[in-house]
Design a protein around this ligand. Structure first.
Ligand code: ADP
Length: 299
């Protein structure tokens, strides 16, 4: 089984001819609401790939909260631990998207996510899960408490990047940063790096194993111990929208590990699932099922 402790948001996407500058007003063309939040996106991806997925989180007592619970349940996620929070709105990400270029801006109002507490994560789905997925869109003390309470493999996506409390990384079994997040965590200068250079940064973090996602270049597996790093090439697809590819990757990685795969095997599965997820719009517009991923891996 897989449990996700993390954020549940509603994404409000506004199509604009061009992004506004500071102090400027632009008029949007259309508004689309989509389910979002890194935590909930990971849960939805895992739920569509296999059984036994629980989400632990908080939404408001509002219509957006209703929509997020329904979207998760529709992705076969157990939402009995997603609590309604009096007095706080469901988390919202407002995202103007420039037509043509696809460039965006993102403003997140965390709302009920900020109320997710250490007590909320001291629950059976956290204690019992084979794999626990964590990200950084809920309070750090709650992330820390969940990592401590976990009985199974702890996987952390260090996003959005922020300074981590002492001791958190030592409780993480697999860290899954993208390249930018790895560089930030390592306190290194931005810039292009070879896989060998990225592996050296990853090994310096003091986590057991690291999987660095590299967009269209695939993913770099840096195993625990002295084993060599391994680059798993991306699957070639006609990507139309890579939003949420990393969240699908992590949800699939969790299902692979929960199913008994070793880290390299779970990464092969995740690379295939994440590639398929880029072939449709939005973070959850093209999430694959297990059959879809297996069909690609068997080709
Ligand atoms: P994030 O969305 O968190 O920035 P990445 O961009 O690294 O993460 O993407 C996560 C994973 O999704 C990659 O490791 C890769 O497997 C897959 N992926 C992303 N973009 C593409 C693409 N254009 N083609 C195929 N696979 C992709």
């Amino acid at each position: 089984s897989v449990t996700v402790v993390g954020s549940v948001n509603e994404d409000v996407l506004v199509a604009v001819d061009r992004l506004p500058g500071r102090g400027e007003t632009v008029v949007g063309r259309s508004v689309t609401r989509a389910p979002g939040g890194k935590g909930a996106n990971q849960a939805a991806a895992a739920g569509l790939l296999g059984p036994g997925v629980h989400m632990v989180g908080r939404v408001g007592e509002d219509a957006a909260g209703d929509r997020q619970l329904a979207a998760l349940a529709g992705s076969r996620v157990n939402v009995s631990r997603v609590h309604r929070t009096p007095g706080l709105p469901t988390g919202t990400a407002t995202i103007p998207v420039e037509e043509g270029s696809g460039e965006n801006l993102i403003v997140v109002a965390p709302g009920a996510n900020e109320a997710l507490s250490p007590a909320d994560v001291d629950v059976e789905p956290v204690h019992r899960a084979d794999v626990l997925l964590l990200q950084l869109e809920v309070p750090l003390e709650t992330v820390q408490a969940a990592a401590t309470a976990a009985g199974g493999t702890v996987v952390l996506t260090p996003a959005p990047p922020r300074a981590l409390p002492d001791g958190l990384l030592s409780r993480v079994d697999v860290l899954v940063p993208n390249e930018h997040e790895l560089v930030q965590l390592a306190g290194a200068a931005p810039g292009d790096r070879t896989p060998a250079e990225l592996a050296a940064l990853a090994r310096g973090l003091g986590v057991r194993a690291v999987v660095v996602t590299l967009g269209a270049r695939g993913a770099l597996v840096v195993p625990s111990g002295d084993g060599p790093a391994l680059l798993q090439e991306a699957l070639a697809v006609d990507a139309v929208d890579t939003t949420g590819a990393g969240d699908c990757f992590t949800g699939a990685l969790a299902q692979g590990l929960a199913g008994g795969a070793d880290l390299a095997g779970a990464v092969r599965y995740a690379v295939a699932a994440a590639a398929l997820s880029t072939t449709g719009p939005g973070a959850r517009g093209a999430l694959p099922g297990d059959d879809d991923v297996r069909a690609v891996l068997d080709r």
